[in-house]
Each structure stands twice: as structure tokens, then as C-alpha cells.
Design a protein around this ligand. Structure first.
Ligand SMILES: Nc1ncnc2c1ncn2[C@@H]1O[C@H](COP(=O)(O)OP(=O)(O)OP(=O)(O)O)[C@@H](O)[C@H]1O
Ligand SMILES: [Mg+2]
Length: 448
């Protein structure tokens, strides 16, 4: 059921709207006074509002600003008395979805509103589906439904029960640690320890003792016998994060531990046997490091026999809606604040951004927005400025033809006009028919 609130000081217009739009899946509420209309909107949270531009007391534009501020997902159609393109452009810029110039014909009203009603229904269904999908597309603590992520999930499922060592590669924030945890969770040793070692955080001189342990008196400060991380992980999984940072002279000892399960505490001759599965992760190019002689070739081959490469977020933007929903739910819980969703504009901004920091960056952005917003919907203004303003890097631009520039500009204006073709055509100074022909001839049928 879609709710529509009609606000107009002319009762005859309200009657007209009610008559023309009557359909069983639409519920229309009406107000002939702007303040009364505002109360209705706050109480009913309709998906669609038709709003008269000139009313005594509060102007349509003022009310429009309030509605957009309350909930940017509401589609507002402004009814204007005079044929003023400027006003319409301004209304769209302020967040209106469309405008109609009085006198309004029944067919035009029906044409415009039917589209909005259908899209409101589709949105409701999409939200419900996404919620369902979120449940079914969870893999451990990971979500994803894009082909590259499904490949990653399949690989984890296949490897997890049997692997001895495995390398997870990917840029910063792509989820390497989550993959390591999933590999442990889906193994038969899930009840045994999962030990994390961040190789980049260990001082070089303490490396050996951290990983393999030491005996009392083996160096200044070694006052007691101590087991290293390999022993701590015995029976379970050791996660060696940032494996590229392991000092070259330690790498031989690593290989021995991996290959034979043998470790020796610093200062002791006794060889201990451990049964440890190792997941190593890095965002560095180990192959290049091998060439530079910064990483041992034998250790590299041992680790990379089973490699799980993670895609960057820019290559799987179809996962954005799911991830957004996942992080919204997470921060709603954490901040004890009910945040229902993102406005379409905010989603568009996020989908245009290049995400150099990948999922961690997305998580931070959603966290920031949830903290900033004082409503239950996140809009563009709640997003950090650098995401809003930073246009994606575009190296291809220097090679663009004039035709490319033209079609890009058309797309840009179309998006700025909120998908309104009449307005797009007016701004571009062409007729609606010309615009349609252009879209058809230039492979932009998705817009028409
Ligand atoms: N598929 C996913 N679904 C949900 N959350 C994810 C996913 N991938 C990563 N995250 C989240 O993104 C953040 C970064 O993930 P993680 O720490 O695993 O990345 P990383 O590759 O180890 O990054 P770095 O190289 O910087 O250490 C974490 O908070 C993690 O929970
Ligand atoms: Mg990490």
C-alpha cells in the first residue's frame, strides 16, 4: 500500500487529485492548510506528497525544504501555477522529484504519479528483499553477492577443512582478516585457538622470541620461560598478518615451522612439535619482493600454493547496497539509534566514489553518517565532505571524444534533474522528442 498526502488550498484540486488517482493500492490523505499537511506528513510518513506552490501562510518551497529535511526518500511533486522553469529547476534542486504546471490534465497527472507509485512499491519490495538477502548472503561475518565475492566464499569453503597454510592477498581494507577468521571458523579445529600475530607491529629483535618463545636467561629481560605464538596456536590456527614485514633472516625459521611443524625456543636446543595451520596475509606484492630478494622464494612458494586474492570494492560495487545495509544495522545497534536507510541521492554519491580504502573506508563512512544524522535516514549532507566532493580519478578523460563528452554531459544533467526528462530537455535546450532520440541513438536506453 502506497500513501500519498495531497496539500493544496484549493479544495477543487484536492478533489481532482483524489478522483484521478483513485486505485486500490493507493491511500490518499488530504489537507487544505499547509500546517495541517505538515502534521499529516509527520504522522503518516507517506511515500509521495503533492504540494501546491502558492498557499497562504507557508509557501510550497518552504514546506518542500522541511519535508526533504524530515525524510529525503519522500517523493514530492510540486504543483506550480505559472509556467516558470526557474522555479521548477529550483524545486528539483531542493529535492523535489517532479513538478506539474497548472492547469493539470488528468492524463498528465496519472502518467507522472503512476510512475512514482510503481517506484515506491518497487523500493518497498527492494528493501524487504535486501533485508532477506542480507540474511542469506552472510558468510561468516562477511556479506557479499557479487560474482568475485561468491568465488571467494566458494574457495574458503573448499579450502577450510584441509589446508595447512594459505595466503590471503588484497589491498588495505578488503577483508583479509575476516577471511582468515572464516577459514578458522569453517574448519574442524574451530574450537581450538585462533591466534593473531601482526608481523608489522613486532620489533625486529623480539621477533624470534614472540613467534617461537624463549627460555629464562636467554637474553636480558627474559626472566621466565615463555611459549611463543606458534605454541599458543597449537592445534588451531595462527594468523600471520602483514607477512611481508617478516625480517628476511627470520623467514627460514618460519619455513621450518610451516613445513615440519618444528619450533625452537630462543636459548634452547630442544625442538618442539606443533600442529598449527597458518593463514598469512599481505597487501604487498610478494612476488615482486622475491625478485628484489626481500622475501625468500621457498617461503613464498610454500605460502602461495593456496592463495585467496580479494577484489577491491571498486570492482564489486554491486555489493554496496548489501554492505550499506549491513553497516547501518551494525551502527544502529552500536549507537542505539534507529537509522532506517540511505536516501537515493546518498546511495548515488556512494556508488560514484572510488573507495581506495575499500570496505573499511565504507564502514567508517557509514559510521560517520550514522553518528552525524539527527534523522532516521542518511542523506548526502551526512556523508563526509571528501566523499561528496571527490570525483573519481579519471585518467580516460584526456582521450575522450567530443561525442563522449556530449553523452556524459547529457547523463550528468539527467541525474542532476533527478531523472526528470522534461526538465533535462529544457536545460539542454532541446525538445523532449530530440532527447529521446538522442538517448536511443547513443546507447543510453537505460535512461529512456
Ligand atoms: N565482506 C565483508 N562484509 C562485511 N564486513 C566486511 C567485509 N570485508 C571486510 N569487512 C569489514 O571491513 C573492515 C576491514 O576488514 P579487514 O580488517 O579484514 O581488512 P584487511 O584486508 O585486513 O585490511 P588491512 O590490510 O588494512 O589490514 C573490518 O571492520 C571488517 O569487519
Ligand atoms: Mg588486516
Amino acid at each position: 500500500m502506497v500513501h500519498l498526502v495531497a496539500i493544496d488550498d484549493e479544495v477543487s484540486i484536492l478533489d481532482f487529485i483524489e478522483q484521478v488517482l483513485a486505485r486500490p493500492d493507493l491511500c490518499i490523505s488530504r489537507a487544505s492548510d499547509p500546517n495541517e499537511g505538515w502534521e499529516l506528513i509527520r504522522r503518516l510518513r507517506p511515500q509521495i506528497v503533492t504540494l501546491d506552490q502558492s498557499m497562504p501562510g507557508v509557501s510550497g518551497m518552504e514546506l518542500l525544504a522541511r519535508i526533504v529535511d524530515l525524510d529525503p526518500t519522500i517523493d514530492v511533486v510540486l504543483l506550480t501555477a505559472d509556467d516558470s522553469t526557474d522555479l521548477a529547476v529550483e524545486a528539483i534542486r531542493q529535492g523535489a522529484s517532479d513538478f506539474l504546471t497548472k492547469p493539470i490534465t488528468p492524463s498528465l497527472l496519472r502518467e507522472k504519479l503512476d510512475l512514482l507509485i510503481v517506484s515506491a512499491q518497487r523500493r518497498d519490495r527492494a528493501t524487504a528483499l535486501q533485508q532477506e538477502l542480507l540474511e542469506t548472503t552472510k558468510f561468516g561475518d562477511m556479506v557479499g553477492q557479487s560474482p568475485p565475492m561468491l568465488d571467494v566464499f566458494a574457495l574458503i569453503r573448499r579450502i577450510a577443512p584441509h589446508f595447512r597454510s594459505c595466503l590471503v592477498t588484497g589491498a588495505t581494507g578488503t577483508g583479509k582478516e575476516l577471511v582468515a577468521r572464516a577459514l578458522h571458523q569453517m574448519s574442524l579445529v574451530r574450537n581450538k585457538p585462533f591466534v593473531v600475530c601482526n608481523c608489522a607491529a613486532i620489533v625486529e629483535t623480539l621477533f624470534e622470541s614472540e613467534l617461537f618463545g624463549h627460555v629464562r636467561g636467554s637474553f636480558t629481560g627474559a626472566t621466565v620461560d615463555r611459549a611463543g605464538l606458534f605454541e599458543a596456536a597449537d592445534g588451531g590456527t595462527l594468523f600471520l598478518d602483514e607477512i611481508g614485514e617478516v625480517p628476511l633472516k627470520m623467514q627460514a625459521k618460519f619455513l621450518r615451522a610451516l613445513q615440519n611443524g618444528e619450533v625452537q625456543r630462543v636459548g634452547s636446543n630442544a625442538v618442539r612439535r606443533v600442529n598449527v595451520r597458518v593463514v598469512a596475509a599481505t597487501n604487498r606484492d610478494l612476488r615482486a619482493m622475491v625478485k628484489q630478494k626481500d622475501f625468500r622464494e621457498d617461503l613464498y612458494y610454500r605460502l602461495s600454493m593456496l592463495e585467496i586474492p580479494l577484489p577491491v570494492l571498486a570492482d564489486r560495487k554491486e555489493d554496496l547496497p548489501l554492505l550499506e545495509r549491513h553497516f547501518l544495522a551494525q551502527f544502529s545497534r552500536q549507537l542505539d539509534k534507529e537509522v532506517r536507510g540511505l536516501s537515493r541521492r546518498a546511495q548515488t554519491v556512494l556508488s560514484r566514489y572510488s573507495w581506495p580504502g575499500n570496505i573499511r573506508e565504507l564502514e567508517n563512512v557509514i559510521g560517520h553518517a550514522c553518528t552525524m544524522t539527527d534523522r532516521d535516514i542518511i542523506d548526502v549532507a551526512d556523508l563526509p565532505a571528501y566523499v561528496r566532493t571527490k570525483a573519481p580519478l579519471d585518467e580516460s578523460r584526456a582521450r575522450m571524444t567530443l561525442a563522449d563528452v556530449e553523452s556524459r554531459h547529457v547523463r550528468y544533467v539527467y541525474e542532476q534533474a533527478g531523472g526528470n526528462k522534461q526538465l533535462t530537455a529544457e536545460i539542454l535546450g532541446v525538445s523532449r522528442a530530440t532527447l529521446y532520440r538522442y538517448l536511443g541513438e547513443n546507447g543510453m536506453k537505460d535512461l529512456s
